[in-house]
Design a protein around this ligand. Structure first.
Ligand code: GDP
Length: 197
């Protein structure tokens, strides 16, 4: 998919304030520092559409972008901040789960995972919850350029093995690097094939 236009629409504090759900929407989520902003910017061919390295603990907002005037991209706040208070973490969780469960035009959620890590409980629990809630999602491994050859594959396989312990089918899996701009075209291909209501 060629990105002709990608524009910021608005930031919202809750899903009810997001733009009218009148076009297919794709959301991106992951733990803070996973490389979400970098990946969105790489996909959109934009240097700073999504802000990189937001300070954890600040007000977390749902950011909506309009792409090619035909689909909506949502940048969700990162989950799993270690440094914020429990009550603030609960607020993030509520914001995110309410968006995911209520947003009618959400076609797919891309869950970003740093490929350097072996399966982490917080990500596995989140995916388990998505599966149980019948939310369509894909896994996007980030920062593949940081691994020596074979290392990324090993961690991806470890995730697959972990997922197959509870699920019969695997979600779509993408291995990406924002730095090298790899894997982004595959994500855009999936979006272009599914973004019709
Ligand atoms: P976010 O908090 O998930 O939005 O993460 P950012 O996009 O701000 O990235 C966090 C850090 O990881 C930054 O220092 C980025 O430069 C770095 N980073 C993100 N993506 C990549 C990547 O594909 N390769 C490498 N080597 N570094 C990356």
């Amino acid at each position: 998919m060629v990105i002709k236009t990608a524009v910021f629409v608005k930031s919202s504090q809750k899903w009810q304030d997001c733009p009218e759900p009148n076009m297919p929407e794709y959301a991106f989520i992951g733990r803070s520092n996973v490389g979400k902003s970098s990946l969105i910017n790489a996909m959109m061919n934009h240097k700073d559409l999504a802000k990189t390295s937001q300070t954890p603990g600040k007000t977390q907002l749902i950011n909506n972008f309009l792409v090619n005037e035909s689909w909506s991209l949502t940048d969700l706040p990162g989950y799993g901040y270690a440094k914020v208070s429990k009550s603030l973490r609960k607020d993030f969780e509520k914001l995110i789960t309410n968006y995911i469960l209520n947003r009618k035009n959400l076609v797919n959620l891309f869950v970003l995972v740093d490929v350097r890590h072996t399966p982490q409980k917080i990500d596995m629990d989140f995916m388990q919850w998505l599966g149980e809630s019948s939310v369509p999602f894909s896994i996007v491994f980030t920062k593949a350029d940081k691994m020596k050859s074979g290392g990324a594959d090993r961690n991806v396989e470890a995730y697959k093995t972990e997922l197959l312990k509870t699920w019969e089918d695997l979600p779509n899996i993408y291995v990406t690097s924002a730095e090298k701009k790899t894997g982004t075209e595959e994500i855009l291909k999936f979006i272009s094939e599914t973004n019709q209501f």
